[in-house]
Design a protein around this ligand. Structure first.
Ligand code: NAD
Ligand code: UDP
Length: 331
């Protein structure tokens, strides 16, 4: 890992909740590379210590195995907190839906209290799922969303909506400096091969010569952001001088039908795609594409990595996972 010579005075102690997960581990790595001290808090529900192995060699990195539903140690002094703790794939967050909801509500409240105690800035990893099955397209931050509050995705969507509400209440009450990122579908190395999301499923299936499982007609759309772009956006959001007054969409506005995405994956892997259709999960959003005008204006941020550049290293990661006995290896 390359380390910049950040002056000690500029070094911050940054807590990353969910730091053993896919996006969180890339964020921890980026923060260490920038010269900061990093405290990773994770209960390893969907993350893995394997994601942290190279970071654990760095004396400025510390891993604390803990569920954020339990308050942090009151003496754990921090300057910044990123809250990425929450299972993100639909099968994973639906496996224990009550814990998913508690993670977003009780867990976020605990981290906000901690930020308030230390005057730490706080970035909440929210999600495009707060827009539900959107009636407006593309989705702008002002759109209030169309979420089914009693369906199987509600534990995640409504949990994240409640977490946003908590953040803005802490802000209105003058208790914490908060920033909220609404993250759209993100992909890259260190996604778990078995997490059930579209990128992991399609790549593992194509690489294994298995049929690609398209849910429903495949006419539904998603927009895919490479993980390095996303992490750059999160860091920019944390460090922009004036906290934006609203959540900020972070995602890649290039939109693909699931059918188109299946073709792209098959072409990349060099296989003749055999598509099988499976039932569309309940409440599966039909269209999703971020309007990123706000991120461009307030953060000067836009994604730089197109699918043609982001998919090959991701495929390489999944190929390594398939080669290995244990699926979770560092890239
Ligand atoms: P991930 O499942 O790989 O990472 C989540 C991490 O949080 C895991 O390491 C998990 O063990 C940990 N965690 C879960 N519940 C916890 C709890 N109660 N206490 C402590 N740790 C806990 O998912 P990811 O894709 O890296 O997503 C990271 C964050 O970004 C999540 O909050 C997710 O909602 C958000 N997000 C991700 C995407 C995406 O496409 N990847 C899209 C929108 C939002
Ligand atoms: N999907 C699919 N086949 C799969 C996995 C997902 O067709 O094997 C579809 C899913 O129905 C959704 C889209 O791909 O329309 C994205 O699903 P994912 O689980 O990655 O995330 P979501 O955006 O729904 O949270």
């Amino acid at each position: 890992m390359s380390v910049t010579n950040l002056p000690v005075a500029a070094q911050k102690t940054v807590l990353v909740a969910g730091g053993a997960g896919f996006i969180g581990s890339h964020l921890c790595e980026t923060l260490l590379e920038a010269g900061h001290r990093v405290l990773c808090v994770d209960n390893l529900q969907t993350g893995s210590e394997d994601n942290l192995r190279p970071l654990e060699r760095d004396s400025r990195f510390r891993f604390i195995e803990q569920d954020i539903c339990t308050p942090l140690h009151p003496k754990l002094k921090v300057d910044q907190i990123y809250n990425l703790a929450c299972a993100a794939s639909p099968p994973a967050y639906q496996a224990d839906p009550i814990h998913t909801m508690m993670t977003s509500v009780v867990g976020t409240k605990n981290l906000l209290d901690h930020a308030a105690a230390f005057g730490a800035s706080f970035v909440q990893a929210s999600t495009s799922e707060v827009y539900g099955d959107p009636e407006q397209h593309p989705q702008r931050e002002a759109y209030l969303g169309n979420v089914n509050c009693t369906g199987p995705r509600a534990c995640y969507d409504e949990g994240k909506r409640a977490a946003e509400a908590l953040c803005f209440d802490f802000s209105r009450l003058g208790r914490a400096d908060i920033r909220v990122a609404r993250i759209f579908n993100t992909y890259g190395p260190r996604m778990q091969p078995d997490d059930g999301r579209i990128v992991s499923n399609f790549l593992i299936q194509a690489l294994s010569g298995d049929p690609i499982t398209v849910y429903g007609s495949g006419e539904q759309t998603r927009s895919f952001c490479y993980v390095s772009d996303l992490v750059r956006g999160l860091v920019r959001l944390m460090n922009v001088e004036n906290a934006p007054a609203t959540p900020v969409n972070l995602g890649n506005p290039e939109e693909y039908k699931v059918n188109e995405f299946a073709q792209l994956i098959a072409e990349l892997v060099g296989s003749k795609p055999r598509i099988v259709h499976e039932p569309l999960p309940q409440d599966d959003p039909q269209r999703r594409r971020p309007d990123i005008s706000l991120a461009k204006t307030v953060l000067g941020w836009a994604p730089e990595v197109p699918l043609s550049e982001g998919l090959p290293p991701t495929a390489e990661w999944f190929a390594q996972c398939l080669d290995a006995k244990t699926p979770r290896l560092m890239q």
